[in-house]
Each structure stands twice: as structure tokens, then as C-alpha cells.
Design a protein around this ligand. Structure first.
Ligand code: C5P
Length: 237
């Protein structure tokens, strides 16, 4: 059985690359993230392929629009069979509540599983200088916790957050709340454009329930070896 706390980000623009990587990682990885790039390039085909291969699918489209548009989109994404979907918490309480209700009702009426619904707090690529430019009065960490509490109040299952905010979110939102952390970098690997990063062990110790890892696996010379090294580190926690 794969450890589905590891979610590998399929940041590709074609099904060829997806099929190659999924075949290469085999049973080691059971959970994948389909983001904007892949979904805009190939659409629902990516979800169908992964579900047929018995993989969990986190559809990372970060919905952010008026409540009516987001709830209607959440219905469609539930019908597509994603097992986890997300919205931007900064879209507000009504938007998040609408999405949660739409996923619940669509799952109940269609017999499909209800996807876990999580909210993006503050993008892990934003550093203090970028944050200052956004002119938000609260510091990044406080705003991430504030958005996480809003997501919980709206009935969402959890949040996407930086590993550096995971401990404070865990303390504020309780033991059951999902905390999905991108910005995970094994010691000694390239940080790329991420700013608020942690090692796999560090992210889990801080309270993360799932780790999203892209380039440290997808751009590695040996992706399976890279995934297994991360899984070993996770298993040691
Ligand atoms: O390659 P890397 O490990 O940086 O990939 C991280 C993935 O997580 C990317 O697909 C990115 O879009 C996503 N992500 C993120 N920060 C967020 C939400 C999603 O890096 N707050």
C-alpha cells in the first residue's frame, strides 16, 4: 500500500509526460495533484486516467470567484471524480460555504464520493517583500491562521498552507483538520521559486497531513528513487 500522504504534483502540459511518470513511480505513489497547467492542457482526461489507475486525485484549480460560480464549478468537479479540490480562502466565507454545500449535495445525489474540500491560505511562493507589496495589515503567518479558521467555520476539510504555518494552524483548527503543505524540499535540494519551505520530516512534525512535492521528484534524474527517499523520511516520522 502506498503512503497517500505524499501527493506528487503533475505540473506537465501533456498526457504523455503524465503516463510516463505515473508508470515510473508505479505502486510507490498513490496520490497525484492535477494543477492548472495540466487541466488547462488536457482537461478531464487527466482525472479519468488517474482514477482508472486507482490513484487519488487532488484537483488543484484554486477556485476564486463569486459564490454562485464557485458552487456550480464545485458540482462539476465532484462529477469529474476528483478526490480533493480546493478554493482560495480569500474568496470569503459565503464562497467557501457554497462550495462545501455543492460538493456535499452533488455527491449525495450522484452517488459519487464527496471530494475533500480544502482552501488555499497564502501561496507558499510569497515572501515578506511580496507580502508587503500586497498591503495586507496582518503578518503572513497570522493571515494564514485567520484564513484557516474561516475555512473551518465554512465547513471545509482543511487548508493548503506553508509548512511554516502548519503548527499554528493545527493549534487553531484542531486535530482532524487537513493541512496540505507544498513548499517541501528534501535537505540539500533546490528551493526553485518556493520561499517558505521545509523538509518532509519537518512538515509532518509541524502538523501537515499531506505533502505536495513537485520538482524534487518530477525533475529528478531518477524520480522513483527521489520519491522513495521522501517516503522513507516520512515513514520515519
Ligand atoms: O515543484 P514544487 O514542489 O514547488 O511544486 C509545488 C506544487 O504545489 C505546485 O504545483 C504549486 O502550484 C503548488 N502549490 C504551491 N503553493 C500553494 C498551493 C499550491 O506551491 N500555496
Amino acid at each position: 500500500m502506498s503512503d497517500n500522504r505524499l501527493i506528487v504534483a503533475l505540473d506537465f502540459d501533456s498526457m504523455d509526460k503524465v503516463q510516463k511518470l505515473v508508470a515510473e513511480l508505479g505502486d510507490a505513489v498513490g496520490h497525484y495533484k492535477v494543477g492548472m497547467e495540466l487541466f488547462y492542457a488536457v482537461g478531464a482526461e487527466a482525472i479519468r486516467f488517474l482514477r482508472a489507475a486507482d490513484k487519488e486525485v487532488f484537483l488543484d484549480l484554486k477556485l476564486h470567484d463569486i459564490p454562485n460560480t464557485v458552487s456550480n464549478s464545485a458540482k462539476v468537479l465532484t462529477m469529474l471524480g476528483a478526490t480533493m479540490v480546493n478554493v482560495h480562502a480569500s474568496g470569503g466565507l459565503a464562497m467557501m460555504k457554497g462550495a462545501a454545500l455543492a460538493a456535499l449535495e452533488t455527491a449525495a445525489t450522484s452517488g459519487r464520493p464527496r471530494p475533500k474540500l480544502i482552501a488555499v491560505t497564502v501561496l507558499t511562493s510569497l515572501d515578506e517583500a511580496e507580502w508587503a507589496r500586497l498591503n495586507c495589515a496582518a503578518p503572513i503567518g497570522a493571515q494564514a491562521v485567520n484564513l484557516a479558521k474561516m475555512a473551518r467555520e465554512a465547513g471545509l476539510d482543511g487548508v493548503v498552507a506553508s509548512p511554516q504555518e502548519a503548527a499554528a494552524i493545527r493549534a487553531a483548527c484542531g486535530a482532524e483538520f487537513l493541512i496540505v503543505t507544498p513548499g517541501v524540499r528534501p535537505a540539500g535540494s533546490a528551493v526553485n521559486d518556493q520561499s517558505r519551505v521545509a523538509t518532509p520530516g519537518g512538515a509532518l512534525r509541524a502538523g501537515a497531513t499531506h505533502l505536495v512535492v513537485g520538482r524534487p521528484i518530477t525533475a529528478a534524474l531518477e524520480p522513483k528513487a527521489a520519491a522513495l527517499a521522501i517516503l522513507r523520511e516520512m515513514g520515519a516520522e
